[in-house]
Write a new protein. Structure first.
Length: 156
């Protein structure tokens, strides 16, 4: 059940990142065309670009952490650790869990700030960008727990 939920969540996040990337590219294209061909700049596009970029980065962090691909690239780690490599994955997952807790806890004040603070170009609330921080912490906690749980299940 957890494995199916994990796959669906990861697939949904991948699709969301792809959609945000497309919106980001289109918004930048429209902004460049309007600015250089028509001499007009749309302030709303600046907000859309920053929103897409922030959320793409935040979700991308979690998707990179999910399969531990940010640490598995190095061949040296596998050669040095050999039979202790699964323990290393749990150690990294535990560190990511702690990092996720710190990010989540320290980003909660940004929610209040995001309600008050407005984007200077269009006046929209910044909470939509600031919500990415606790979301990042929650995703790091989730993906680290999935790694730890899968290690425990495989070593029974």
């Amino acid at each position: 059940m957890l494995n199916e939920f994990h796959k669906k969540l990861t697939n949904a996040l991948n699709n969301l990142v792809a959609g945000l990337c497309i919106v980001l590219i289109l918004a930048l294209f429209v902004q460049v065309v309007n600015r250089y061909l028509f001499g007009v700049s749309w302030p709303a596009i600046t907000y859309i670009v920053s929103f897409c970029f922030v959320w793409m980065c935040i979700i991308g962090i979690a998707l990179t952490v999910s399969p531990n691909s940010h640490f598995l690239v190095d061949v040296l780690v596998r050669r040095l650790l050999r039979d202790r490599f699964p323990i290393f994955r749990v150690f990294i997952a535990f560190n990511l869990f702690l990092s996720g807790l710190i990010i989540f806890w320290s980003s909660l004040p940004f929610i209040d700030l995001g309600i008050i603070k407005r984007d200077p170009t269009v006046g929209w609330p910044m909470i939509y960008n600031y919500m990415s921080l606790p979301f990042c912490g929650a995703l790091l906690i989730y993906y680290s727990l999935v790694t730890i749980i899968s290690y425990k299940r495989n070593n029974k």
